[in-house]
Design a binder for this molecule. Structure first.
Ligand SMILES: Nc1ncnc2c1ncn2[C@@H]1O[C@H](COP(=O)(O)OP(=O)(O)OP(=O)(O)O)[C@@H](O)[C@H]1O
Ligand SMILES: [Mg+2]
Length: 309
């Protein structure tokens, strides 16, 4: 699986259902479009595609099925959203049997994503940690994980980050005969757990091959994942989402960046009922302000990363 270069692809995951991944994708997309960027939203929730519904499109005339079955190009299945600068690729219809594309179909989709005429492509991922979701998350430049302050979301959010991290390391080091078997050992259900943390792994790899340990350490520093805390109502809620950041630092050795807090807002549920994102129904609301802040933060972070020093 190849990792895309400088294309601005944001994947919005979360591990758990109902945490606000689709809400975030649609509203982040609208915010980016409002900032004058050309945006394409792709519904990568292959089993339960509903991003188009959130944007008020009742019947998607063309869907990802039409691309996966080679009927149309990716550009030909772009649907207008009625908003300037914002287009959507509606998800495949599971009933038609393409909810689980094979490796070649997925590879073709990823290759074609690079050619789309857009400044930003946002991928709305489904729940769970299937290889499809992890691979979409891995190819993106920005992985955004939506986590709510409830134990199941915290558990699944961390589980999603951990699985994506291991998947990425497995792909990157698939030919490394020292790292790969040890990684397998770490994720084996009945492992003796002498390797509890990434620090343990690096120390062991270092004894066998310092160069591989160095490469692993470099990847750990490069693994960029960000968190959005959604439906928080108090400082205590924010603290519980931050627990994921601490656990990831301790056990995975990676830094997670909390990009913003979105509170629970009545405009959000109301906008879902209206089938119109709150960036449109309530552009002056606190919810819209919070989304705009996240978008501005991310655009600035990416510009800073792209500017040579
Ligand atoms: N900040 C918020 N304030 C209030 N309600 C919210 C907020 N975020 C999400 N919701 C509610 O949660 C519901 C689920 O959101 P959404 O469909 O985006 O979740 P999801 O993670 O995409 O779920 P799935 O995995 O099923 O696709 C929304 O319909 C909305 O009512
Ligand atoms: Mg969804």
């Amino acid at each position: 699986m190849q990792i895309l270069g400088d294309k601005k692809i944001w994947a919005i995951g979360g591990g758990k259902g109902g945490v606000g991944k689709t809400i975030m994708t649609s509203n982040l997309g609208l915010s980016l479009a409002g900032h004058g960027k050309q945006v394409v939203l792709l519904d990568a929730d292959l089993g339960c595609a509903n991003l188009h519904t959130m944007l008020g499109i009742k019947n998607a005339t063309r869907t990802l099925n039409d691309f996966l079955s080679k009927k149309y190009t990716l550009e030909e299945i772009l649907l207008d959203t009625g908003t300037e600068n914002l287009k959507i690729i509606s998800g495949a219809n599971a009933i038609l049997g393409l909810a689980n594309p094979n490796f070649l179909q997925k590879q073709r989709l990823i290759n074609h994503l690079k050619t789309l005429p857009a400044d930003y492509i946002l991928l709305d991922l489904g729940a769970g940690t299937s290889y499809n979701m992890l691979d979409f998350f891995t190819i993106a430049n920005e992985g955004l994980v939506v986590i709510c302050p409830e134990p199941t979301s915290i558990q699944n959010g961390y589980g999603f980050i951990k699985s994506a991290f291991y998947r990425r390391l497995n792909l990157l080091f698939s030919k490394n005969m020292i790292i790969t078997p040890l990684l397998q050992e770490m994720i084996r259900p009945k492992s003796k757990r002498y390797l509890k943390t990434m620090t343990d792994l690096i120390e062991l790899v270092n004894l066998k091959d310092p160069k591989s340990a160095q490469a692993l350490q470099t990847e750990l520093s490069a693994f960029k994942t960000r968190i959005i805390a959604n439906m928080v109502n108090s400082d205590e809620d924010k603290e519980s989402v931050l627990a994921v950041k601490m656990v990831a630092e301790k056990f995975l050795g990676i830094q997670l960046d909390l990009v913003g807090n979105i509170y629970s807002h009545s405009v959000v549920a109301a906008s879902v009922k209206k089938m119109q994102p709150f960036m449109q129904t309530a552009p002056q609301s606190q919810a819209a302000l919070e989304v705009n802040q996240i978008v501005e933060y991310l655009m600035e972070a990416q510009n800073a990363a792209a500017t040579p020093v």
